[in-house]
Design a protein around this ligand. Structure first.
Ligand SMILES: *Cc1c(COP(=O)(O)O)cnc(C)c1O
Length: 400
């Protein structure tokens, strides 16, 4: 077996340096815990960017995948398979929409949402050819394709990748006046995360989404919600939009859709919108493959039967309260919804990285985002006493 050092050296020698990982190697996991090759155990407080909401190696999801693995794994969509329809039915039941288009990664779900919105607006709203505009929010994160980074304002994510795809505008997040002011005759949609994850768990004012919904209705533009990180229980509801009793026109999901076992994503909408997608107009070799569908269907069942959204709500409030009680002198703000929590440090703390590394040394894995913020998002199966342990560790790591 390779040591941690050997694994890190191999990656450094043969891998593109598109990440700067916390220096820890994970070689096995179970539930909320992961282990390194030397046998040291860590509480996972990132959950693979909220893909592992169900906990690592959830036995029911593994069983479904294992059975499928020995039956049928890939057909392509040149043919039907016996798992896709029942998976999509379950996904539509859980989300409350008519139809879904299955893809693999989150970025592909976003691309799919953009395609659906554009086609819909050209065919059903008679927008002039190639003029459709989609409004997005500053500090957004929607993925890494060339089109998606075209509407990112993260210099790291965009530098050197031009020319950028036209047809996107930016407005400040959490600003409904800016949204209304930016709409013109070519505007077809507003694409937004209900809580901005990568930006540092930025939670908009209460009522923001409701007002956004009203504005989109008033101007007849589509609301596309990217719930790839916030979906499937992370914020204390199955979907974050439920907190404000609204529904988007197009819902984008990924990450925890499979419980983090294999990549599964989807763009979900109603029939009158999905109807613009015709044979040959979009697709993916692996999208809707039977193995992914088996994982996705069981992950949805587990999510609801184990009441993971409710757990997230209760444990999130408990954890948030506990972190606020630590009341470190370097805490600028502690915020969260469900088990989606961020600690923003003061500028004088000198960056979050030294603290994520110190947490790692003491057995908690978390990742800094945007220099000063630490995101805490443990698997939703985490136990209260495990959170108590994490709080005691954090008390040692953050200065009084
Ligand atoms: C992770 C993420 C994506 C991209 O998903 P990938 O699977 O990495 O392509 C898109 N949107 C949001 C909000 C995300 O958190």
């Amino acid at each position: 077996m390779l040591t941690s050092k050997e694994c890190m050296n191999l990656e450094a020698q043969y891998g593109a340096k598109n990440y700067k990982p916390i220096p820890v190697v994970i070689n096995k996991a179970e539930g909320a815990w992961v282990w390194d090759p030397e046998g040291k155990k860590y509480l996972d407080c990132l959950s693979a960017y909220s893909a592992v909401n169900h906990g690592h190696l959830h036995p029911r999801i593994l069983k479904a995948v294992e059975e499928q693995l020995h039956t049928l794994t890939l057909t392509s969509r040149a043919f039907y398979n016996d798992r896709l329809g029942r998976f999509l039915k379950r996904l539509c039941e859980v989300s409350g929409f008519d139809m879904a288009l299955p893809m693999n990664t989150g970025a592909e779900a976003v691309e799919t949402g953009i395609k659906i919105a554009r086609r819909y607006s050209y065919e059903k709203k008679k927008i002039e050819k190639n003029k459709a505009e989609i409004i997005t929010a500053y500090q957004n994160f929607h993925g890494r394709t060339t089109t998606i980074v075209s509407f990112s304002n993260d210099e790291n994510a965009t530098h050197g990748y031009g020319p950028y795809t036209p047809g996107f505008k930016h407005i400040p997040f959490n600003d409904t006046e800016a949204l209304e002011a930016s709409i013109n005759e070519n505007t077809i949609a507003f694409l937004v995360e209900p809580i901005q994850g990568e930006a540092g768990v930025i939670i908009p004012d209460e009522g923001y989404l409701k007002k956004v919904r009203q504005i989109c209705d008033k101007h007849d533009i589509l609301l596309i919600l990217d719930e790839i990180q916030t979906g499937f229980g992370r914020t204390g509801k199955t979907f974050c939009f439920e907190h404000e009793n609204i529904k988007p026109d197009i819902l984008l999901v990924g990450k925890a859709l499979s419980g983090g076992v294999i990549p599964v994503s989807a763009a979900i909408t109603n029939k009158n919108i999905m109807d613009v997608i015709t044979p040959g107009s979009h697709g993916s070799t692996f999208g809707g493959n039977p193995l992914a569908c088996a994982a996705g269907e069981e992950a949805l069942n587990v999510l609801l039967e184990e009441k993971l959204p409710e757990r997230s709500h209760e444990l999130g409030e408990y954890f948030l309260k506990g972190i606020r009680k630590i009341d470190s002198s370097i805490f600028k703000e502690v915020r969260g919804k469900g088990l989606f929590i961020a600690i923003e440090l003061t500028e004088s703390a000198g960056g979050a990285r030294q603290y994520t590394e110190a947490l790692k040394d003491k057995g908690i894995l978390a990742k800094e985002t945007h220099v000063h913020t630490i995101r805490l998002a443990p698997p939703l199966v985490v136990e209260k006493d495990e959170l108590d342990w994490a709080l005691s560790v954090m008390k040692d790591v953050f200065p009084q």
